[in-house]
Design a protein around this ligand. Structure first.
Ligand code: FMN
Length: 156
């Protein structure tokens, strides 16, 4: 057990549209960082395909998942868009930045990238919220490592 594993996080799907191609990944390392303007930050591993899409398009959407949506998080978080079209199985529309908004998401923030910098093995993207919306009733999903990863996979 490590102290850093006790930081609480929600569960999100970060989506992006790079020249008409869509991809997305589950993310837990998401936070707000400014009240006015409304800024949010997400840390994305360099090897993820979504890193290329967000870097290339300069935009992303934060889809906030609700309680009971672990399966949706696994769909976006346990496989890469290099192997499968993750949007073949979900309903979505495009937000003002062009990033996909998942119909099932509890809420969303459509963001334009205003800052990007690599820190260690992840890149921090800061997004200014262009549009936000609530799409359902319910409580946000809280991240629990064991919902997504087996004990053998370890934890960083
Ligand atoms: C619940 C959950 C949370 C995750 N959080 C993050 C995260 O904050 N940052 C990150 O880079 N990867 C995170 N991942 C891993 C990516 O979602 C995963 O590597 C994904 O397959 C990348 O897909 P892509 O190659 O299509 O971008 C998380 C995975 C899960 C299941």
């Amino acid at each position: 057990m490590k102290a850093r594993w006790l930081i609480t996080n929600g569960v999100y799907v970060i989506t992006a549209n790079w020249n008409g191609r869509l991809n997305g990944m589950a993310a837990a390392w998401v936070t707000r960082i400014s009240a006015e303007p409304v800024l949010v930050a997400v840390a994305i591993w360099h090897e993820n395909l979504t890193y290329r899409y967000v870097h290339g398009s300069g935009a992303f959407a934060v889809n906030i998942l609700g309680e009971g949506q672990q399966e949706l998080a696994r769909w976006f978080g346990r496989r890469s868009g290099r192997q499968v079209d993750k949007f073949s199985r979900v309903e979505y529309r495009l937000g003002p930045t062009g990033s996909p908004i998942l119909r099932e998401a509890l809420a969303y923030l459509d963001c334009r990238v205003v800052f990007e910098k690599a820190f260690g093995d992840h890149t921090l993207f800061v997004g200014e919220v262009v549009e936000e919306g609530i799409q359902g009733k319910g409580t946000p999903l809280v991240y629990r490592h064991e919902d997504y990863f087996s004990p053998e996979e370890g934890r960083v």
